[in-house]
Write a protein that binds this ligand. Sequence first.
Ligand SMILES: Cc1ncc(COP(=O)(O)O)c(C=O)c1O
Length: 378
Amino acid sequence: MGEPISVPLLDLSAQNQPLAADLKDAFARVLDSSQFILGPEVAGFESLAAESVRTRHAIGVSSGTDALLLSLMTLGIGPGDEVLCPSFTFFATAGAIARVGATPVFVDSVDTDFNIDLNDAERRLTGKTKAIIPVHLFGQPADMDGVQRLAKAHGLAVVEDAAQSMGATFGCRQVGTMGELSAFSFFPSKNLGGFGDGGMITTNDDDLAKRARVLRVHGSEPKYYHKVIGGNFRMDPLHAALLRIKLSHFSSYLAKRRANAAQYLERLAQCDHFAEGRMVLPTEIVGRSHTWNQFTLRVCNGKRDALQSHLASNNIGSAIYYPVALHQQECFAHVPNFGESLPVCEQLAGEVLSIPIYPGLTEEQLGHVADTLANAPI
Ligand SMILES: Cc1ncc(COP(=O)(O)O)c(C=O)c1O
C-alpha cells in the first residue's frame, strides 16, 4: 500500500521553494543596499502592482488591515460618521471603521455569492452614512454596479476590500479600480502571498494617493512637519523586493486556482450530496471573474462538524471562514445594530467550510478531496 494522501489547507512551500534562489538574491540585494525603509524597492513594487491592477497609483503598506484603516483616514472618515459593511467578512473590514472612530453599520449578505446585500444596505442608510466597504469575499467580486449606483445616489465614498481578490474582474473592470480607494492584503495565505504582513492601497485619484502617502509616514510633509496625524503604515523594502518576484508569477497562480476550482465544480456537481442539496457549491457569477482565494462550500442541516472531522480523518485540511458574523462579536456591543438579526450572515457562519484550493495542489490531491467529499457519511 502507498502512503496515504495528505492535503493541507494551504501549502506555502510548494509555491515558495521553486523561487528560493530568486528570493535569496532579492534578500542579498536589499541587505547590500542598506535601504530598509521605503526607497526604490517599494517604489518598484508599487509601479508593477499598479500595472497589474490597472490603476494609476499603488501604495505599499504594512498590512491589509492598515490599507483599510489608511483608506478611511485618507477619506477623512471619523467620529459621527457611519460606514456600511457586510457583517459576514474578516474582522478587519469593520475593525478599521471602528478604529477611525466611525460606526460600522452591519449589512446582511447574499447567500449565492457571500457578498453584501445592497437592498439591505439601502435600508440602513441615514444622514450620517459616509461610505460603503464592499468586500469581494473569497475572491468573488461584489456587485460593483449596484454599489456604485447606491454610492452615487447618496454621496457615499466607496472603499473596496480587495484583500482576497487581486486579479478578479467585474465586467471589464478590475477589482481595485472601482472604489475611491481599495485595500489589498499580502498576508501569506492570500493569492499574492507575502513573507509576513503586507498590503497595498490602489486609487485612480491623484489627490487621494498623495494624501495616503503622507498619512503613511505619520502625516509628515515635509519631513518632521505635520499638518495631519498619520501613522507608520509603510511596506518594508525587503518585503517589496520579495513580493516583486512572486508578482511576476501571479497570473500563473491565479490560473492554477481557477483550474482547480473548475475541476472541483465539474467533479462535485453531479455527486448526490450536492445534487440533493446537503451541500452547496460556490458559484462564479456570470460577468465576474473569481480569484478563488477560498473555495467555500455550504454544509447544510448542521452537518459541518461531521464533514470537517471526516475530512480530517482522511488527512484533508479545511477551515471555517468565518464562524461568527461581526454583528454578533462582543467588541461591537456598542454598535447600534449589534445583535440584530442578519439571517443570511448567521446562516453562512453556521454552514461555510473552505477546502484546499492552493495553486500547488496536485491532480491526485484534488481527486482525493473530491472523492472524500462525495463519499462523506453525512
Ligand atoms: C476580507 C479581508 N479584509 C482585510 C484583511 C486584512 O488583511 P491583513 O491580514 O493583511 O491585515 C483580510 C485578511 O486576512 C481579509 O481577508
